[in-house]
Design a protein around this ligand. Sequence first.
Ligand code: UDP
Length: 247
Amino acid sequence: MTVSVMGVEYDALTLHRAAERAAGMIGRKRGGSIVTANTEILRRCLRDSGYAAAINGADMVLADGVGVVYASRILGTPLPGRVAGADLVPLLLERLAGEKGGVFLYGGRPGVAGRAAQRLRQRFPGLRITGTENGYIPSGDDLCLREAVRSADLLLVGLGAPRQELWMRDHRAELTAVMIGVGGLLDVFAGDVPRAPERWQHAGLEWLWRLCREPRRITRMAPLPGVLLRAAAERIGNGAPKGPGRN
Ligand code: UDP
């Protein structure tokens, strides 16, 4: 089932259901793309219909932000909760490691994906890292021709939004690996950026933790409360909550 949050069709899944579905996609070896659409991505969709189409064209769209979950509640069609890429990806890597599956890491500044690979090999013994590439190569377009990418089961795409979602849309048909947009997660895997402590995560305050660590994010975050106001205006304007989305 999907739930439309102001035109973005989110899959109404818990973390574990999302992991099961993603594992099913990986097992079928027919590729696919997973978007972890946080509040910033939702906001961008509201003003860029081409980007919204790229997001809605993905095979799975997950609510990676408390703002998205709040907006769904305000609209009267609540999503089950936040599904963070930072929680989902380790579950998939653990499963892949058990099956001797392979993952390719694409994104981040030079050196980041390589360091992430080293640490992931230690964390998930048996995991095959088929290769790495930084996210600043002049054109990532020929990446899909490389054997290391073609032999992977999972491709982590950490180019930040909107680049990673557009890249996945453009290359969806070329790969049998399942792709997932991971934002700055490779920096976390590399040990360069710490993740928020669990207490902050459980309190729905991971965004505040990141803001405290990187105050310059304020310019990116300042417009986000507007998303909730817009959800409220839509709800008041529409009266009764709308039903679930496409399925
Ligand atoms: N990045 C990249 N290529 C680009 C732009 C960004 O590889 O052309 C990487 C950047 O190095 C960082 C990630 O994309 O690792 C973006 O991180 P950000 O914190 O913006 O993403 P978020 O986690 O907030 O989605």
